[in-house]
Design a protein around this ligand. Structure first.
Ligand code: DGL
Length: 261
């Protein structure tokens, strides 16, 4: 059995790493849509179309048994569509992140940060409310500058700290005790966020998703192959890949061959 993972680009490698570390013998196929990233400022229709194309690529080319939508933006807009379309399990990162946040919060005040599209979708706020019957207060903030900063490798940079404070001071002052990192790139910023706001519980969906995979009870014994594909060659993909998972080779898949006309 094998797991397919897709993302708009490199950030989903945080999810890939978490799965690869936990399920050492499973075969994992990852595709990052580096030709069309970012998804975080695109419309619902476009995000659903791209997500469908990447899922088709994983299912048709490798007959994966499970698809993990590592991208928060794609999880927010395309998960239900994909679940209805395929008869294999498709899991996204929103619900696992919400469950982990509900388990972590003591005062019921949860912050959510993500791309503007993820925040506009209200996916986290709606899921948190549905899971708790409205029992938690949710404070959301779109943080569009964080993805480019991470892609530029500006992780510990003073500019990143200033931008983080600009985005987070408002919701932190509302008294949140838990913050959902609702974007693939944000786990890379965990230490920096922690250094500014040491009192916050940070919820990383790439960790939360592992329980979900366990619950599926799949027979995950395989050769432990790690296969990475991108839709375009990208220097920032290669640089961040090395930071997140080390030097696994990347193969290019032609966008023409996955586009559904
Ligand atoms: N992967 C996206 C997410 O998790 C971030 C990058 C993008 O905007 O495509 O929302």
């Amino acid at each position: 059995m094998s797991i397919g993972v897709f993302d708009s680009g490199v950030g989903g490698l945080t999810v890939f790493k978490s799965i690869a570390d936990r399920f050492k013998t499973v075969d994992i196929y990852y595709v990052g849509d580096t030709a069309r990233v970012p998804y975080g400022n695109k419309s619902r229709d476009t995000i659903v179309k791209y997500s469908l194309e990447l899922t088709e690529f994983l299912v048709k080319s490798f007959a994966v048994d499970l698809v993990v939508v590592a991208c928060n933006t794609a999880s927010s807009y395309a998960l239900d569509f994909l679940k209805n379309r395929y008869n294999i399990p498709i899991i996204g990162v929103v619900e696992p992140g919400c469950i982990a946040a509900i388990n972590a919060t003591k005062n019921g005040k949860i912050g959510v940060i993500g791309t503007q599209a993820t925040i506009n979708s209200n996916s986290y706020a709606n899921t948190l409310s549905a899971l708790t019957g409205g029992g938690v207060r949710v404070y959301q903030k779109g943080c569009p500058l964080l993805v480019p900063l991470v892609e530029e490798g500006k992780i510990e940079h003073p500019v990143t700290k200033i931008i983080l404070k600009e985005y987070l001071d408002g919701i932190v002052s509302e008294g949140i005790d838990t913050l959902i990192l609702g974007c693939t790139h944000y786990p890379v910023l965990k230490d920096v966020i922690n250094s500014i706001y040491p009192e916050l519980n940070l919820v990383d969906s790439s960790v939360a998703i592992i329980d979900y995979i366990h619950k599926l009870n799949l027979d995950l014994n395989e050769k432990g192959l790690r296969n990475l594909f991108v839709t375009d060659e990208s220097v920032s993909f290669e640089n961040l890949k090395k930071l997140i998972i080390g030097d696994i080779p990347t193969f290019k898949v032609n966008l023409d061959s996955i586009e559904l006309k």
